[in-house]
Design a protein. Structure first.
Length: 445
């Protein structure tokens, strides 16, 4: 804090003034003064000094005493000074109280911890697609109403506070929307009135949504064409109807109408068919939503493209299914071909072992079997790699009961012929055995 003063008159100095004592303390406190000694300046009658180490934004009481060689004189009259802030103030947060179609009311509160002296508030606001605007507000204000705003429009707001050192950081922005909505389109049957070569648009059937409609934009085209024909001028409001002319009789059209207001725009698209001419028979009712086309099938892009795309997709699906089935069939066939081959190799090895072990054929008789029952060795061959196979005809065992005389005769005379080295029975022994078997008693069961 800078303190300035003038020396006392010469008639009360009682000698030469050597300097001054500048005393200071916190205002309204009982603490004693703290004095700072300041030498007298001979260059100017006005004396000054700086008191440092003070608290920011605080009031201080200041007194001055002059001194000479004899000592200090009496204190001057007390004055009060206040230190400045050390930083800009904290900006308050905005709160929205209410809204109308064209206004937004807000309020705010100063931060209780901020002791700085605010000089002014500044309100910043803008729309979604606009630029920031400002409103300067009094330092004593705590609420404000923004007026002349757009209907049905959203606004973003924040506030800043300023003091002698500058402007504080912006507060957190808030959003508020004025009342009102974009226009609402009517039903097709209420909006359109087709004729033979024209159609009447009932613009008055559109609902404003709370915000007045400013103008309409109209464009139309044949249903199966892509190029739009625009109405050159805006249809300013107020206006109840508009007639689109120069249309072809008995043909389908599409009309697109766009309504603009402060709250935004709404676009409506309608299909209709003009009436037949008098030569082809007149019709009194409009034909909305008909599917007939004035173009051949192969020229109708809206129908040809979906058909072609669907056909291509179907062909791709069929091709994938056929490929998968063929692949599955081929894998199955390869599996079946590999399986018997493995079995044949195993059986071939087994047959080789059997043929090496039993290289000679033998004949075994069945005494208790019927005539002609015997084991006939057979060697079978399979083509490819399957090896040798033997077919054995088994003789089932049957219980035989013989009388004692036959048993004794058989024990004394009948002898079973032994096979020779070639594996065959001796012809004499074989004949003898067959003779005894046929001439003797038959076995009893």
């Amino acid at each position: 804090m800078k303190v300035t003063w003038k020396p006392p008159p010469d008639d009360v100095t009682n000698g030469y003034i050597r300097g001054y004592y500048v005393g200071y303390r916190t205002s309204s406190s009982a603490e004693p003064y703290t004095y700072k000694q300041v030498e007298r300046s001979v260059e100017s009658d006005q004396q000054s000094t700086y008191i440092t180490g003070l608290q920011p934004f605080t009031k201080y009481d200041i007194v001055i005493k002059a001194f000479n060689s004899a000592g200090a004189g009496p204190k001057s009259t007390k004055i009060t000074g206040k230190t400045l802030e050390t930083a800009p103030p904290t900006s308050p947060v905005v709160q929205v109280i209410s809204t109308t179609k064209q206004s937004i009311e807000i309020k705010w509160e100063k931060d209780a911890k901020d002791k700085s002296a605010i000089t002014e508030y500044t309100l910043h606001y803008k729309t979604d697609d606009g630029n920031w605007q400002q409103e300067q507000l009094s330092r004593d204000a705590d609420h404000y109403t923004l007026r002349n705003l757009r209907c049905g429009t959203r606004y973003h707001l924040y506030m800043t506070a300023s003091n002698s050192l500058g402007t504080g950081e912006p507060s957190e922005p808030v959003s508020a929307r004025t009342k009102g909505a974009a226009p609402m389109s009517p039903q097709e049957s209420n909006f359109l009135q087709p004729n033979t070569t024209s159609v009447t648009l009932n613009l008055g059937t559109w609902q404003s949504g709370g915000c007045p409609i400013r103008h309409f934009l109209v464009q139309h085209r044949p249903k199966y064409q892509n190029q739009w024909t625009k109405v050159p001028d805006k249809l300013e409001m107020p206006r109840d109807t508009y007639v689109v002319r120069n249309l072809a009789p008995d043909r389908e059209y599409v009309v697109m109408v766009t309504a603009h207001s402060e709250a935004g725009l709404t676009q409506g698209e309608y299909n209709f068919r003009t009436l037949r001419s008098l030569q082809g028979g007149s019709s009194s009712s409009p034909a909305f939503g008909k599917r007939e086309t004035d173009l051949p099938f192969y020229k109708n892009v809206a129908l040809v493209i979906p058909v072609v795309v669907s056909s291509l997709v179907l062909l791709m699906v069929i091709f994938i299914v056929v490929v998968c089935l063929r692949k599955h069939s081929q894998d199955r066939r390869e599996y079946e071909m590999r399986k018997p081959c493995g079995d044949s190799l195993v059986m071939s090895d087994l047959n080789k072992q059997i043929s090496s072990k039993y290289s000679k054929t033998s004949h075994y008789s069945c005494p208790n079997a019927n005539k002609g029952d015997y084991a006939d060795p057979a060697v079978g061959t399979r083509q490819n790699t399957e090896g040798l196979f033997a077919t054995i005809k088994r003789c089932p065992q049957r219980p035989v009961y013989m009388p004692a005389s036959y048993k004794q005769g058989s024990d004394g005379n009948a002898q079973m012929a032994a096979p020779d080295n070639t594996g065959h029975m001796d012809s004499n022994n074989s004949d003898r055995w067959r003779h005894q078997a046929t001439s003797g008693h038959k076995p009893l069961r």
